[in-house]
Design a protein around this ligand. Structure first.
Ligand code: GAP
Length: 513
């Protein structure tokens, strides 16, 4: 993973947000290559799921909505994670992510200072994992009690005498900080929604939330969209947009962040079709991942068993990808029944039902929700594309070639255009003309700096599938036969072929569509 993170920074895919001020945990910026990659992903998702289908329409909802939306959806009351704090370092963890540990618990009934007369009767304990020295556990305990000393907080720990030491062997406990062994607080629920206020007054009446998912904007607009688009069941509404969650522990690079984007579909249907459509969408989504270069063999489909799904869901599949840090969720496909629309009907008192012309009946549609993360899929694309191989350069020396083998339709730059030499005006002019002709159709990178081999390597690292070199043949210096032809170099095979300039655009378009 370190190599991927370093390449992403070096080549301008991803930067830490507000980096010059030390960053902000859980927030990321996408640089020139990252934004193109993300855009290609979102555009292809939109094309596949909205434009190429007759039964789907799109929408773009506001990030901040009436607080009542989040009350009705259940987010205000239950969108929370259990949180624990380290009693010593104050570090915060998600309770369900603290690893199970075994060892000996050292319990203390209190501590006192022989020099100042200060004493504490608080109970505290430290875990010494198997093989860890007891003195380390005692030092941690002294550090903890020192926090409560009114004087000399950073003074001599040796002055603190621990009281009532007792030990207990333990297996698989999750009550202790994995870094320092200190006891953690009891779990408390922490609501993940970011809060703000709409308008100048900071009162409870104008409290608002940054949306933690895009889905609710679709549900509350169901009637508006169904009536204006005149869609009949089954049909879907798709949306791509930002979501915000104040995650307790953002981690694994951009995998779990506090600001991210979702690509969500709410596919409305009759109750009797819900289960079959869930399986249908599973297939659709797996083929989508294949079409962006993530093979089925790398995606693990988890059929969430009864008892582990949300109470309203009759079927949920998690699609997990083999990230370098472990197999982790990329997307969820949930059959949510009529839970969401019914909740909004109840809370708003407005009709969000559907009138079926054929049967002349009114009912609340059910919904299947494929919900994917833009950032997680972007990370999966980068991880899947990353490759290193040993190649021999023109001088016969071995070198490591770092190459991002993106599917051409996802690649941030589609083609690099190089004049063979930068000090030959005819070559430069021709290369710039070729670049200009391609630019309206795709992302092009013009590069005249350095040896051709180095320019190829730079594009390999950016994942550019094609490079075009304009040489003396192109400008007709070696006769008319090869005039207006160029060298087309393929990233993956490194093979080169001679192609007429007039064939370039159709060739490239066919590959990147
Ligand atoms: N509307 C359903 C919903 O939001 P979810 O499983 O909570 O379901 C859907 O989120 C997807 O959004 C996830 O599969 C993941 O790809 C992405 N996602 C969720 N939380 C995220 C986070 N903190 N950082 C990045 N992506 C996240």
């Amino acid at each position: 993973m370190e190599k991927i993170v370093s390449l992403c920074k070096r080549r301008g895919f991803i930067f830490q947000s507000s980096e010059i001020y030390g960053g902000l945990n859980g927030f990321w910026d996408f640089g020139p290559l990252g934004v193109e990659l993300k855009r290609n992903l979102k555009d292809f998702w939109w094309r596949r799921n909205v434009r190429e289908r007759d039964d789907m329409v799109g929408m773009d909802g506001s990030i901040i909505m009436n607080r009542a939306v989040w009350k009705a959806s259940g987010h205000e009351d239950t969108f929370s994670d259990p949180m624990v704090d380290c009693l010593l370092s104050k570090e915060r963890f998600r309770a369900d992510q603290v690893p199970a540990q075994s060892g000996t618990i050292y319990r203390f009934t209190g501590a006192e200072s022989a020099t100042s007369g200060w004493k504490s009767e608080k109970e505290y304990s430290v875990l010494a994992r198997q093989g860890e020295n007891v003195e380390r556990a005692r030092k941690v305990a002294r550090q903890y009690y020192a926090l409560g000393r009114p004087e000399e907080k950073s003074g001599e720990l040796a002055n603190i005498e621990l009281k009532g030491e007792a030990t207990e062997a333990v297996e698989g406990t999750t009550r202790y900080n994995p870094t320092n062994g200190s006891l953690l607080t009891e779990p408390r629920e922490f609501n993940l929604m970011f809060k703000s206020h709409a308008g100048p007054l900071e009162s409870d009446d104008n409290k608002v939330y940054l949306r933690p998912e895009t889905a609710q904007a679709i549900f509350v607009n169901f009637k508006n969209i169904q009536e204006t688009s005149r869609q009949k069941l089954p049909f879907g509404i798709a949306q791509i947009g930002k979501a915000f969650r104040n995650e307790i522990n953002p981690r694994n690079y951009i995998f779990r962040s506090r600001e991210f984007e979702q690509m969500e579909i709410e596919y409305f249907c009759k109750a009797e079709d819900g289960l079959a459509l869930t399986d249908y969408w599973l297939e659709q989504r797996l083929s989508f991942y294949e079409d962006i270069g993530i093979p089925r063999s790398k995606i693990h489909v988890v059929d969430i068993p009864d008892g582990e799904r949300a109470f309203y869901s009759k079927k949920t599949y998690d699609l997990e990808y083999e990230f370098p840090f472990g197999i982790s969720e990329l997307e969820g496909i949930a059959y949510r029944t009529d839970y969401d629309l019914s909740a909004h009907i109840k809370a708003s008192g407005k009709p969000l039902d559907y009138f079926d012309e054929e049967t002349k009946t009114k009912f609340v549609p059910h919904v299947v929700e494929p919900s994917a993360g833009v950032d997680r899929t972007t990370l999966a694309l980068i991880c899947e594309a990353y490759d290193e191989e040993t190649v021999t350069d023109e001088k016969g020396q071995s070198e490591t070639r770092v190459v991002l083998r993106f599917h051409p339709r996802m690649a941030p730059i589609k083609v690099g255009i190089f004049p063979l030499l930068k000090n030959k005006p005819d070559l430069v002019a021709k290369a710039k003309a070729v670049a200009k002709a391609l630019q309206p159709h795709m992302a092009v990178f013009y590069d005249e700096a350095g040896a051709i081999g180095r320019r190829y390597r730079r594009q390999d690292e950016a994942g550019t599938p094609f490079c075009v070199t304009i040489d003396f043949d192109t400008i007709g210096e070696n006769g008319p036969e090869k005039q207006d032809t160029v060298t087309l170099r393929h990233r993956d095979s490194m093979e080169q072929e001679r192609v007429a300039i007039s064939d370039l655009l159709p060739r490239l378009l066919a590959a990147i569509l």
